[in-house]
Ligand binder design. Structure first.
Ligand SMILES: *Cc1c(COP(=O)(O)O)cnc(C)c1O
Length: 381
């Protein structure tokens, strides 16, 4: 006879809690659980959960590991990147002054304006402007959605009460690209710190730091595949001020012990990894999928390079024949397991698939389901 505990042991999380089985070909997408941690990272997290730590010591070790991994002076862990944005803005306004930290989000007597290029007013599920306003700051938008020149930025940076310049490096930004190094220099000429939100850009952290930014913000749960955490890497001064906010509004945004230990484990794995081999394996996986997808009638597949320069490519499917791309994506989502793809270009008849976390069985399932859906519409015609 099966006892209740035995049932629990043999059931997976999805079955036990009646959750949809997901194949995530959409990318590092928050509503789907973002990424897949390795067995090593999972074991480090499990080992940390029943233990006590001197949390400040753990934060110091994380700072050393982040500095070592990225070349920054220092690093801090926050609850997530959204929290890191709020806390960096708070740090730029209040520094390490205990009275100011306690006063936030009341910003009386502080510089409280954050300059943000119009094309960088992104929404990652929340508008970035709200993450800024949560600290008590006010957003000043520079330029317009099509263009923000360095002169446009400088005009706003010359204004009253400027606390910092916030920039975003992401596929989500719109308009003509901004030269980030020139933008950081413009802020520094005005004596203002510059912060770059590069949440989904972990492999490019060093490039973003090379702009001279005072802090670069990264989501540990995206391409580092750690537990959910925000990473702030940058100058000693700004990182110290970010950590100091934990006695203020940062209380609600603090990192957990398990996430911090998970970040340490993921950084170690990243360091030990043969990156050239990883990139070659990913490229081979994408190419094999493209070749197989091109065999399917009603589909044309090609390799799509990352527009921001990440060292990974995706699969671009152009859907023709009896089904439109939006319907095809919906059918994939409604099946079992639910397959999620990126539909940002579905109105143009295109679907984008990111294969990074997927294994060969999952890729087989996607190809089989694509073939089934395309065949079903052929028959219906
Ligand atoms: C994902 C993302 C965020 C939010 O990161 P969280 O760690 O989920 O809070 C912020 N900015 C950009 C550009 C993102 O892609």
């Amino acid at each position: 006879m099966l006892t209740a505990t035995m049932v629990i042991c043999t059931m997976g999380t999805h079955e036990r809690h009646r959750l949809t089985e997901v194949i995530n070909a959409r990318g590092t997408f928050t509503p789907l659980g973002v990424s897949r941690s390795s067995a090593g990272v999972a074991a480090a997290v499990a080992e940390a959960l029943p233990e006590f730590f001197v949390m400040d010591e753990l934060a110091d070790r994380a700072s050393e590991a982040l500095a070592h991994a990225t070349g920054a002076q220092a690093g801090a862990v926050t609850h997530c990147t959204s929290a890191a944005i709020t806390l960096c803005v708070a740090a730029a306004m209040a520094g390490t002054d205990p009275e100011r930290i306690a006063a936030l989000p009341d910003t009386n007597d502080m510089h409280n304006r954050v300059v943000l290029p119009a094309g960088h007013v992104v929404s990652y599920g929340q508008s970035i402007t709200q993450a800024v306003r949560l600290a008590g700051a006010v957003v000043t938008v520079a330029g317009d959605e099509t263009r923000c020149s360095i002169d446009d930025l400088d005009d706003e940076l010359a204004g009253e009460d400027i606390a910092c310049l916030l920039l975003v490096s992401s596929r989500l930004v719109t308009g003509e690209p901004i030269d980030l190094t020139a933008a950081v220099r413009a802020a520094h000429r005005r004596g203002v710190p510059a912060i770059i939100d590069g949440a989904a850009q972990f492999p490019r952290t060093a490039d973003l730091l090379a702009t001279g930014a005072d802090a670069v913000l990264i989501s540990a749960q995206k391409y580092l595949a750690a537990p959910t955490a925000g990473l702030v890497v940058g100058t000693h001064r700004l990182v110290r001020a970010v950590r100091a906010q934990e006695k203020g509004i940062g209380r609600a945004m603090k990192p957990t012990k398990e996430a911090t230990v998970g970040v340490l484990a993921a950084l170690e794995e990243w360091h030990a990894m043969d990156r050239a081999k990883w990139e070659a394996d990913q490229a081979a996986k994408v190419l094999a999928f493209v070749t197989a997808a091109n065999e399917l009638p009603g589909l044309a597949a090609e390799v799509l390079a990352d527009p921001t320069g990440l060292p990974l490519s995706r699969v671009l499917l152009t859907v023709s024949g009896g089904i439109d791309a939006t319907t095809l994506a919906a059918e994939l989502e409604h099946g079992t397991p639910a397959i999620y793809v990126n539909t940002a270009q579905s109105l143009e008849g295109q679907l984008i698939l990111e294969l990074v976390p997927l294994d060969s069985d999952e890729l087989e399932i996607i190809l089989t389901r694509l073939a089934m859906e395309l065949q079903a519409t052929e028959k219906a015609d």
